[in-house]
Write a protein that binds this ligand. Structure first.
Ligand code: KIV
Ligand code: NA
Length: 259
């Protein structure tokens, strides 16, 4: 049975920690799914990871759907969540329903994720949930607002912490089933996690969240840059470079093919 949004809420009650990673194509998504990852997110970080952009801002809904469809073909067990990209939901509730609807209908996503918690976004979330679309929130450092916030930690002052906590509460009340909490102090993430009945999925937000998410290229050591809070468990960049150089050497020396 595939993981459901409702199951994540039950896991929080049971104290079972949620494991999430990003995917952008068929091959990696299949490995993640078969490795038993609970949540696979087609994050708009694919703008950097797969498309070579410097921020998430340029990626379009059509590009997200193209990648999400490939991931959908691979994912059998994990909960498949797809990011709504910049300006595919901020314009109006109608726009958000249209974009999220396409994400479920065309790409087969089980849920969408969108950034922000201020009153307008919470209202949008309420409309999506009423339309039958499960929504994951995303607060703290929200990369689609990079031109406003930069890439720095959020919620350091008590006032900012209060604002982020109230955004989390507004999203839960709007019917979100889970919230990504990015790059905030661990004690703020703890406060949010204790206040909510829906699970928090942390990234750069300390050990107290109900789950953790990272960008898969960071975990695998595939990118050239990773944020300080990410951890690499293997250096694939190095391993792949070695393999390619070994192949190149054998082709040039005519050691490969062997006959
Ligand atoms: O786009 C993304 O990869 C994300 C996660 C890091 C939460 O939003
Ligand atoms: Na994202």
């Amino acid at each position: 049975m595939p993981v459901t949004p409702q199951q994540l809420i039950q896991w929080k009650q049971q104290g079972r920690t949620i494991v999430a990673l990003t995917a952008w194509d068929y091959g990696f998504a299949q490995i993640l799914d078969q490795s038993g990852v609970d949540v696979i997110l087609v994050g708009d970080s694919l703008a950097m990871v797969a498309l070579g952009y410097e921020t998430t801002l340029p990626v379009t809904l059509d590009e997200m759907l193209h990648h999400a469809k490939a991931v959908r073909r691979a994912v059998k067990q994990a909960l498949l969540v797809v990011d709504l990209p910049f300006l595919s939901y901020q314009e109006s509730v109608q726009q958000a329903i249209h974009s999220a609807g396409r994400t479920l209908k065309e790409a087969g996503a089980q849920a969408v994720k969108l950034e922000g918690g201020y009153p307008a976004i919470a209202e949008t979330v309420a409309h999506l949930v009423r339309a039958g679309i499960p929504v994951m929130g995303h607060i703290g450092l929200t990369p689609q607002s990079v031109r406003q916030l930069g890439f720095k930690q959020q919620g350091k002052s008590p006032e900012e912490g209060e604002r982020i906590l109230s955004e989390a509460i507004a999203l839960e009340q709007a019917g979100a089933f889970s919230i990504v909490v990015e790059h905030v102090p661990a004690d703020l993430a703890l406060q949010i996690t204790q206040k909510l009945t829906i699970p928090t999925i942390g990234i750069g937000a300390g050990v107290h969240c109900d789950g953790q998410v990272l960008v898969t290229t960071d975990v695998l050591g595939l990118g050239t840059w990773k944020p300080p809070f990410a951890k690499s468990y293997v250096n694939l960049h190095e391993l792949i470079t070695q393999a390619v150089q070994n192949y190149s050497g054998e082709v040039r020396s005519r050691e490969f093919p062997e006959s």
